[in-house]
Design a binder for this molecule. Structure first.
Ligand SMILES: [Zn+2]
Length: 526
């Protein structure tokens, strides 16, 4: 049996540091019996594309998921597994008759119907934790667990502003989410046998986004006045280490254990970037004249104005989560005159890119972006991705030195703004205080490797490795290279694999609102 622990955002430097301090005894024991190394993520190093690459063995140019959202006719749409162009490891193993369980992995909603396995979708599902066939398969099994008292919910952070008590509640919720995930997995292990058990924990990601500035003394946003908050990240790493130990012993000592993270985490700078503002200053982006812009800003409130006041209040409470995000997605680029602009950005905090309207100007805009001091690197889409889906990505992609935030309509300030210390925590418009880093962790425990690696492994290497480790031939369309300790003698197949058997489920307004709310609470959407 193979147990894969998908520890979102587990950072290689923090793992080294906490191991040296003796805080991660289980991971240390595993590393002594295996290999602990860095793992290269996707670009961007974000959950949805990265876990999709983990599941499919191909990059976003082939599987087609670049971010939580995608731009379609100027409108922001949420992406789900139904938008993925390639089958996953789970489906390939299932077709070969193997039993897989996938618990809480991002990008697995709607849940694939596995003949022999079980799926519980992740925090990006609009139904996280509610017994529904779109989020859990087979539903009968999860209902059984629910009746046995297993809490099937996925973590949700306290909503709203970070007022008094928010950090205490967030800490409690993050730690509780780890225990819940262990209980869900234990419940499943007690009822069925599996060949592959894949379990995702979001805790290090959430803790990293919201608590890095209290913990990391090198952070430009550091605040040393809250020792209780400074303890949260070490506490979460310790709790994850114990969870790995619990699940490892439940699977038996001869199980192969793989710990993998989709990216790392580090401190954000004390500035934010308004990319569309910079494009405007460069004369590349044109905004609508003020009256129209104001009109769009008023749309949100005006849309409810025709209702009697008491109804307005009630309706607004009910619609808050469906109508407002929908309007926002329509508003997001409406103040940009797309036809008159040479370039614009969606200003997605997780996927900073620039769409170039006129292909003839790509080189010029590339060079100008390279001269922008907030930009660490500029990539061309065609150099980063290959595959039929790459045109879903903007032509130019950026590695920024500061968090990207949305340019408010009418904003006339500088394109790079230094934050006021009161903004350091990461409220809306100020960027999260912990940000993703492109290298995660790979720990293959229980097997020794005789060979040295010539390169840093890539997150897309895991799917072919796991297939081969379970005796299933690797489809030749996979881009990843099997890792020798898992797959010493990989076999390949040329047989084209069908598209995944996913229920065709369009997201309703309410679904979109739920995803929106969760991503906002986690800090992904501005
Ligand atoms: Zn994250």
């Amino acid at each position: 049996m193979i147990l894969v622990l998908a520890l979102d955002a587990l950072d290689p430097d923090l793992v080294d540091r906490f191991r040296a301090e003796g805080k991660l005894p289980v991971l240390s024991r595993l590393a002594e019996r295996g290999r602990l190394e860095r793992l290269r993520s996707t670009f961007p190093p974000v959950s949805l594309p990265a876990w999709s690459t983990f599941l499919t063995g191909v990059g976003p140019g082939i599987h087609g998921l670049f971010d939580f959202t995608r731009l379609e006719n100027g409108r922001v749409c949420f992406q789900t597994a139904a938008d993925r162009a390639t089958p996953t490891l789970l489906e390939l193993l299932d077709r070969a008759g193997l039993r897989c369980a996938s618990i809480g992995v991002p990008s697995t909603y709607p849940a694939a119907c596995l003949a022999h396995g079980a799926v519980l979708s992740g925090f990006d599902s609009p139904l996280a934790g509610r017994p529904d066939a779109r989020a859990m398969q087979p539903l009968k099994l999860w209902r059984e667990l629910g009746r046995a008292g297993v809490d099937l919910r996925t973590s949700e952070l306290p909503e709203g502003r970070k007022g008094r008590g928010w950090h205490r509640r967030a800490r409690r919720e993050i730690l509780a989410s780890i225990e819940r995930r262990v209980a869900q997995t234990m419940g499943l292990l007690a009822r069925r046998d599996f060949d592959l058990m894949l379990v995702h924990f979001q805790a290090a990601d959430t803790a990293g986004h919201h608590f890095t500035r209290y913990f990391d003394t090198s952070s430009l946003r550091h605040d040393s006045r809250h020792p209780d908050r400074a303890r949260v990240i070490p506490e979460v790493y310790g709790a994850l280490d114990r969870a790995v130990g619990q699940l490892w012993s439940a699977c038996g000592d001869d199980a192969t254990v793989v710990v993998v993270s989709d990216h790392g985490m580090g401190p954000a700078s004390d500035c934010v970037v308004y990319l569309n503002r910079w494009l405007e200053q460069q004369g590349l982006l044109v905004t609508h004249p003020a009256p129209l812009r104001r009109g769009i800003q008023l749309l949100r409130s005006a849309s409810l104005r025709w209702l009697p006041r008491e109804l307005q209040a009630r309706l607004f409470r009910q619609l808050r989560h469906s109508l407002v995000p929908w309007l926002e997605s329509r508003v997001r680029l409406r103040h940009v005159d797309l036809e008159a602009s040479a370039a614009f950005s969606e200003e997605s905090s997780t996927f900073p890119g620039v769409w170039v309207q006129d292909p003839a100007r790509e080189d010029e805009i590339f060079e100008r972006l390279r001269g922008f001091d907030a930009v660490a690197r500029v990539y061309r889409r065609r150099d980063l991705y290959r595959g039929p889906e790459r045109e879903r990505a903007p032509q130019l992609l950026l590695e920024l030195r500061h968090p990207l935030v949305r340019t408010p309509p009418g904003y006339r300030g500088p394109a790079v703004r230094r934050l006021d210390p009161a903004e350091f925590d990461g409220e809306r418009g100020t960027g999260l205080n912990g940000v993703h880093r492109p290298e995660g962790v790979l720990l293959i425990g229980g097997k020794r490797s005789a060979v040295e690696r010539a390169r840093t492994p890539w997150i897309g290497d895991l799917a072919p490795s796991l297939l081969a480790a379970l005796g299933v031939p690797i489809p030749t369309w996979m881009e990843g290279t099997p890792l020798e300790e898992l797959a010493p003698r990989p076999a390949y197949t040329d047989t084209p694999s069908d598209a995944p058997a996913l229920p065709q489920s369009r997201l309703s307004h309410r679904d979109r609102a739920r995803i929106d709310r969760r991503l906002r609470a986690l800090g992904y959407l501005e």
